[in-house]
Design a protein around this ligand. Sequence first.
Ligand SMILES: *[C@@H]1O[C@H](CO)[C@@H](O)[C@H](O)[C@H]1NC(C)=O
Ligand SMILES: *[C@@H]1O[C@H](CO)[C@@H](O)[C@H](O)[C@H]1NC(C)=O
Ligand SMILES: *[C@@H]1O[C@H](CO)[C@@H](O)[C@H](O)[C@H]1NC(C)=O
Length: 440
Amino acid sequence: MEKVALTTDVSTATSARAHERMSRRKNLAGLCAATVVCILLLYASQRYTANNYGTEYFRPRERTANQRILNSHKYYGSRSYGGPAGATSYDTYPPIAAVHNSTISIEDVLNYQRALIAASFDDASFGDGKLHSLTPETGGRPRRSLIITTWRSGSTFLGDILNALPGNYYHYEPLLDFDIVQIRGPPNDSVALHNLRHLLRCNYNEMENYLDFGRTHNYLFSHNTRLWQQCLRFPQFCYEPKFLGPFCQLFPLQSMKVVRLRAALVAPLLEDESLNVRVVLLIRDPRGSLQSRRHRVWCPDHPDCYDPATVCSDMQQDYEAAIDLSERFPKRFRVIRYEDLSLDPYGKTKEILDFYGLPFHPEVKAFLDTHTTQDIGGVSSTYRDSKTAPFHWTKELTFDYVKHVQDSCVSAMRNWGYRNATSERELYDNFNPLLEYRFS
Ligand SMILES: *[C@@H]1O[C@H](CO)[C@@H](O)[C@H](O)[C@H]1NC(C)=O
Ligand SMILES: *[C@@H]1O[C@H](CO)[C@@H](O)[C@H](O)[C@H]1NC(C)=O
Ligand SMILES: *[C@@H]1O[C@H](CO)[C@@H](O)[C@H](O)[C@H]1NC(C)=O
């Protein structure tokens, strides 16, 4: 009996030890797995940050660093194209509780948005401006702000600065459906200008190509955060001209950025007094934009995007157009280099807003506070320093490639004030690519 008991005891003890060993092994395996997952996540988030900074990031404004951390999953969960990138809004959206979804009408959504704009719009910061003198639906004249640029030149940054203003409606890249091409003249310029004019006037009729593209590519609308917020709730209305037109007309500020239309082609828009549009041409060092484009799968197969001679010929044409346009429309056309904006984000943003007739609103300041400095509340790794971001190419391109670009860009670089690098060593030694420059 005792013996049996002893044996049982021993065997129990043995099995317990075996069990313990096994569970320790399991723990170890679990720990290893967890470590691997952590490393992968860390790696992914770093890659993610490195590759997405620049002209494609989307980060909603948040009030405090803590809130940013609390909400950080929202960015990572939603930033990729196709996801609900506009899920977090610049404005505060209380739920529409009173109306049942199935009975909600376009009119209900418009009323709701109209109330939101009235509550968030800051009349006082617009000298002449009462809201109704600016909103198209009341026969007002909206402030129309257009950014003309090309791929990977800082336009998402500048576009989001404008979109931080309460009451802004953001026509994000209206020529997306043209694919990776530049529009320089006939035959496609007439369709392109048709689309731009229609959108600037909030007219979504005869825009089927554009709307069809949007139905299958969320990013056409998701950067337009105030629209996207309602699209997420009421997908049944999102691509309907009879919703989009009146919705757009609620907004006193209308901004647009275009990367596929060369500068000379905006002349007819500037000539049209009734449009009242102001245009900023945003320029970037071709070595910087080409370096950034290397990381985009959609770019290298297209010469308009990736061939230095083609890219720089467009830059040179833009220079000649800019001289003409700034003579003819001194109050409605101006030029800015991305590098100058990045080195002095507050000063240049004030200048640009002033040019557009827009206030340097606290929301804009809050946006710059969170998007231009490296060291904020423990999330520094996801926030790049705007002062170094435009110059990464100096460390990442080989001198051979830099020389190849420079040789293809002689007049464009001279005219836009970019300095040649003369050796690999010079590039690595805090190379300053900017020449003293004033566009006149
Ligand atoms: C642009 O023009 C070309 C003809 O040169 C045509 O093949 C192409 O379909 C046009 N693209 C658009 C989007 O209209
Ligand atoms: C409202 O109803 C439509 C179908 O009519 C549906 O697709 C949509 O997801 C609903 N929206 C919300 C917020 O429940
Ligand atoms: C830059 O280098 C090119 C040759 O690669 C030369 O033709 C051009 O004059 C140089 N530009 C300046 C401003 O020195």
